[in-house]
Design a protein around this ligand. Structure first.
Ligand code: GLY
Length: 353
């Protein structure tokens, strides 16, 4: 998989011109959703080199991350004169970069693309590393491909208008990058004031966070080994996310991951010796900022069912985890029994209560 250029942007127009110049093209398409068309597109559409760009707009949120929307994007590309030499700019959150990335990867067997993520979650995770796709048959990201954008342009100016919950959701992935990288970065993250955000400082942390992800993806682009580190917190996190949907109290992805990290850090402490002081310092930050997901021990079996169906598992019924022996000491391919999982959920209920 080719390496994508990730730019932490200070001058959006200059960075975008540079990215476009690297991709010789006959036509430019800009993909937005209904939100980014209103709030973000005006920041770029008047740039002289985008004057003739075609616009494609899709519905917001995960609900539209499906085959129908994908077919709509293919149809638009085709009817508006897209060729295999066209260039697609995905301007939006993870849904736009995932679906737009997959549309670009498959149209005419693949056209060039540039990601301009507009949410924190998309900046530090979805837009970087080449995973693209759509939901299918009720399963998240069931159909997709590894297709890195030619360039990713990260402009933290977009974050100034992002709501607090979505900032926290993206920040959970940054916290994960801190835990899987080094103590200095982790420590800076858990002492950052999320109540009164210093955007200049956040931009620096975003840059470091993206570097952690890039470094891992470069070593293992197709998730055969070390890329599984990026799944830390996600085994239990995805179960929390699915459970919250089922009880019709949906939570943002990053909140579920933050709570998942509480459980998986505890299990790391039990199984691979993750230090107790760092466990409790991280939990305190999560408690202060994310609150708690409500469930009782009657829900444990349902949560366990969700975990057993996680696509990260290697064999059916064996729940796979990435654990930590220390900050940055990654232990992939760990497993847990039903009893271990219930113990994690007990710990979560007692500690977060
Ligand atoms: N979101 C995890 C990964 O890109 O591997």
């Amino acid at each position: 998989m080719s390496k994508q250029e990730v730019m932490i942007c200070h001058q959006l127009e200059d960075n975008l011109r540079h990215a476009i110049e690297k991709c010789p093209h006959d036509k430019i398409f800009i993909l937005t959703d209904e939100h980014t068309r209103t709030f973000c597109l005006p920041l770029i559409e008047k740039m002289p080199f985008l004057r003739n760009a075609e616009q494609i707009c899709i519905g917001v949120e995960d609900l539209h991350k499906n085959l129908e929307t994908l077919a709509y994007v293919w149809t638009e590309l085709s009817s508006k004169g897209g060729t295999r030499h066209s260039l697609m700019i995905n301007l939006g959150g993870g849904m736009v970069t995932d679906l737009g990335g997959f549309a670009a990867a498959t149209f005419k067997r693949g056209i060039q693309m540039i990601n301009i993520p507009t949410t924190l979650l998309a900046m530090v995770d979805a837009s970087v590393g080449g995973k693209t796709g759509i939901n299918f048959n009720g399963l998240k990201n069931e159909i997709g491909s590894f297709a890195p954008a030619d360039s990713v342009i990260i402009d933290c100016e977009f974050l100034k208008t992002l709501d607090h919950k979505n900032l926290l959701s993206g920040y959970a992935e940054m916290l994960k990058h801190g835990l899987i990288s080094n103590t200095r970065h982790w420590s800076e993250l858990i002492t950052f004031n999320m109540e009164n955000i210093n955007f200049k400082h956040l931009q620096k942390l975003v840059g470091e966070s993206v570097e952690v992800k890039e470094n891992i993806v470069e070593q293992d682009p197709f998730e055969k080994g070390i890329r599984k580190a990026l799944n830390f917190g996600h085994t239990i996190g995805h179960a929390f996310e699915s459970f919250s949907l089922e009880i019709e109290k949906p939570v943002l992805h990053g909140y579920a991951v933050a709570w998942g990290m509480v459980c998986e850090l505890y299990y790391s402490h039990q199984k691979t010796g993750f230090p107790k002081d760092k466990l409790y310092q991280t939990i305190q930050f999560i408690k202060n900022n994310y609150g708690k997901l409500e469930f009782t021990c009657k829900d444990y079996d349902r949560l366990y069912e969700f975990m057993k169906h996680d696509k990260k598992n290697v064999a059916s019924g064996i729940v796979n985890f990435t654990l930590l022996g220390e900050i940055g000491d990654i232990r992939i391919n760990q497993t847990a029994s039903r009893e271990d999982i219930f113990d994690m959920l007990d710990f979560y209920s007692e500690t977060m209560g």
